[in-house]
Design a protein around this ligand. Structure first.
Ligand code: SF4
Ligand code: SF4
Length: 331
């Protein structure tokens, strides 16, 4: 019988043991429906998910987080809107749970109040691309706010316009002593020239692989993640609605149920609505390039990877990548 132990040598088995019992139960929270930017292609605004209303009493947020802990959540992923516009709500999570805060980086999270909270800063490209898609060179501000911060990484959403030029920003991120992780733009608002062709996806895969190899101390990623994300396939299966692990349990009527994130929900800022999934309900699953959903797709399918040594090592590398991004293990 093929077992994990039979496929791995001692070094790989040691790596496997460091991650196999983490038992992470995450959910995602829209902290607010407002933002200090309005990026073209932002799934949150393009899908009208910001129209739910929001709870404003911080005691309601505290009680809500306590209920989430009761529900079994052990990792809170804060998005929005821009969470740092409401640090009292962020604190309601951080004081109770391991917390990750996604931000555009324009407002600095005060480290005296939030020591060791993981911060992921959204980045959409070089200054020209950021100005064209986000109306502002956000990196110019965020890089000053977070230079040298050991609990911060950039979540670099690569667009097809960045092909051949991703290194520019990777180098700038390395130079300020921060890490970077990649995902791909899904172009929810159909911005002209920002959709992916198959040839461009193959090209960006090669570019991400190359950068991972040449900047191993800066890029938090894995070749297998690049493969799955750019091809939309894993072990001969195609990513999409029927396979997606990141569907809120409250919306999951799929039969048969695929392997999925246990108890996962994405909550709106009114603290009572749940959204369909980790991105927008209006996104076409057939062209979804959400990095976290693809990463989770690999992670929840461990059993399918207990097949060959290479398959299982691929699974371990993706799980390690996730665990590093949320600092369950060191960078
Ligand atoms: S910063 Fe984030 S939440 Fe705000 S508009 Fe841009 S993508 Fe949307
Ligand atoms: S849009 Fe993407 S993340 Fe959402 S359900 Fe579809 S495949 Fe999953």
């Amino acid at each position: 019988m093929i077992t994990v132990r039979s496929l791995l040598d001692d070094a790989w088995y040691d790596r496997y043991q460091k991650i196999c019992n983490l038992n992470i139960r995450s959910s995602i929270y829209d902290v607010t429906n407002t933002c200090n930017l309005r990026c073209k292609g932002c799934f949150f605004f393009s899908s009208d998910e910001h129209l739910t209303g929001e709870a404003t009493d911080v005691s309601a947020w505290k009680a809500f987080v306590d209920a989430e802990i009761e529900r079994g959540v052990n990792l809170a992923i804060l998005i929005g809107g821009e969470p740092t516009l409401h640090l009292d709500r962020v604190a309601a999570f951080f004081k109770r749970l391991p917390t990750f805060c996604a931000t555009n980086g324009l407002i600095k999270v005060p480290r005296d109040r939030f020591p060791q909270m993981m911060v992921g800063i959204s980045l959409w490209g070089d200054a020209g691309t950021e100005k064209s898609l986000r109306g502002k060179d956000a990196f110019a501000v965020s890089s000053k706010n977070y230079a040298g911060d050991p609990y911060t990484y950039y979540l670099y959403t690569i667009t097809s316009q960045q092909l051949g030029r991703v290194e520019t920003m990777v180098r700038r991120i390395r130079d300020i002593g921060v890490k970077v992780h990649f995902q791909l733009l899904s172009n929810d608002e159909g911005a002209d020239g920002f959709s992916w062709s198959p040839a461009q996806l193959a090209e960006v895969r090669g570019e991400m692989d190359d950068l991972l190899e040449r900047y191993p101390d800066t890029v938090i990623s894995s070749r297998y993640y690049h493969e799955v994300l750019t091809t939309g396939t894993m072990l001969g299966r195609r990513f999409g609605w029927q396979e997606c692990p990141s569907v809120s349990e409250t919306h999951d009527t799929r039969k048969p149920q695929p392997r999925r994130l246990i108890r996962f929900r994405r909550w709106a800022a009114d603290l009572s609505t749940t959204h369909r999934c980790c991105t927008s309900a209006t996104r076409d699953c057939a062209t979804c390039k959400d990095g976290a959903a693809h990463m989770s797709w690999v992670m929840v399918n461990k059993r399918a990877h207990i097949r060959t040594a290479r398959d299982l090592q691929n699974w371990i590398e993706v799980y390690e990548m996730f665990a590093k991004l949320y600092r369950f293990i060191p960078w």
